[in-house]
Design a protein around this ligand. Structure first.
Ligand code: 5GP
Length: 177
């Protein structure tokens, strides 16, 4: 099914890694050595999250959250949180690591869910931002890798029906040939 997929190169592996190094520096400077809990949103943010935290010097623990909203390329508009955190983040500095913010519905639900646990501070880092597609208000993404146009992307953690995540660069998905 994926052998004939139309994939157009969009963001090169080297560009992604260069931007991640810049983000890591910026985020390290903000925390200034304080310990944090980095919360990776499964499954998409694993690739970005690992590359990001390996460039950071801030002492940290890692936890994960799983939420689902999508089937194929269209949002169902329904956000389900499938798994809870294992680390108690109350009074701690928490950093949500997300792959992409599109309408913002997923991140907004996650921020509400994590916020209820009363962290001392909550920041968000997102690799890609489809800013034109935002439908929610009051969602501040503190650190963004790349602002992109409204294209459906795959590769570097981004999937289409669980395919293409392991590609090392980001492509625009143009359907099956
Ligand atoms: P939102 O709730 O902001 O509309 O959507 C966020 C989620 O939708 C992301 O975590 C991601 O799973 C999925 N998503 C949005 N745009 C894309 C895209 O271009 N490619 C892929 N693979 N997933 C996307």
């Amino acid at each position: 099914m994926t052998a004939n997929a139309k994939l157009t190169p969009y963001i090169k592996a080297a560009e992604i890694q260069t931007r991640i190094k810049e983000l890591a520096k910026e985020i390290d400077a903000y925390y200034a050595g304080k310990e944090i809990i980095a919360i990776f949103l499964l499954n998409g943010a694993i690739f970005f999250g690992v590359d990001l935290v390996r460039q950071m010097k801030t002492p940290m623990k890692i936890d994960t959250l799983s939420a689902s909203s999508y089937s194929g390329t269209e949002s169902t508009g329904v956000i389900k949180i499938n798994s809870d955190l294992k680390i108690n983040i109350t009074g701690k500095h928490a950093l949500i690591v997300e792959d992409i913010v599109d309408t913002g519905l997923t991140l907004k639900s996650i921020v509400n869910f994590v916020g209820q646990k009363k962290p001392a501070d909550l920041k968000i880092v997102c690799l890609l931002d489809k800013y034109e597609r935002r439908v929610v208000d009051n969602l501040t993404v503190d650190y963004t890798g790349f602002k992109i146009e409204d294209n459906f992307v795959v590769g570097y953690g981004f999937d289409y029906n669980e395919n293409f995540r392991t590609l090392d660069q980001i492509y625009i998905y143009g359907g099956e040939g």
